[in-house]
Design a protein. Structure first.
Length: 212
């Protein structure tokens, strides 16, 4: 099976799974991350096929969406085998999607340029206007308030605390989003992150102005 057909089949499969997802990790998030990753790869290098496949598949093992990660990983692995992806490429893709998550600042060390590119693309979609919209969608999905000034800002969290501790949409900016600018891997990612970061800071300034 050639790479074009593999990409088409993967895109169709992921779209079927995530199209109606309501937490901000839907098909359109995948589509944006894939386009961002391809754009970064064009500027920075890296294997375009691996970058695209990992971007398409990166949320299919996310513990925010799939409780049984072992089962989710096996499903992705089985799909790659069904599509006749070469074993070395399968391993590379699976390594990327298992290591790019933020996890409350407890993420794994990345091993390849392709992983750095996909991680940057995923993090860029958590920034700027889209990132703000996704933050409130996810907080609503989790039953968290827009803002609660009595909640303290959390630092140095475990993965469990990050996933399930008491928080709000606005607190998420300090727990993750405002940190991402300084954690980007590529020059292309850093440049775009700075623009989106500045937009978020302006949003927060206006939010607090209206809150008071």
């Amino acid at each position: 099976m050639n790479q074009v057909h593999i990409l088409e089949e993967t895109e169709k499969w992921v779209k079927e799974i995530l199209l109606g997802e309501s937490s901000g990790h839907d098909w359109y998030h995948i589509q944006r991350v894939t386009h961002l990753a391809q754009t970064i790869a064009k500027a920075e290098g890296g294997d375009r096929f691996i970058v695209t496949m990992a971007a398409l598949l990166h949320d299919l093992i996310d513990d925010k969406l799939f409780e049984n990660q072992e089962e989710a990983l096996r499903r992705v692995s089985d799909k790659l085998m069904e599509l006749e992806v070469h074993q070395d490429i399968q391993n590379h893709i699976l390594t990327i999607i298992q290591t790019i998550s933020y996890r409350g600042g407890n993420g794994d060390k990345l091993q390849s340029k392709e992983a750095m590119i996909v991680q940057d693309a995923d993090r860029l979609d958590a920034l700027g206007a889209i990132g703000i919209a996704r933050t409130f969608a996810y907080s609503g999905h989790k039953g968290q308030p827009i803002y609660d000034p009595t909640i303290e800002k959390r630092e140095n969290m475990t993965i469990e605390e990050y996933r399930n501790g008491k928080s709000s949409a606005i607190h998420h900016f300090y727990e993750k989003l405002l940190k991402l600018k300084d954690l980007m891997n590529t020059e292309s990612g850093k440049k775009e992150a700075n623009i989106r970061h500045e937009f978020m800071e302006q949003f927060l300034k206006q939010f607090y102005h209206e809150w008071k």
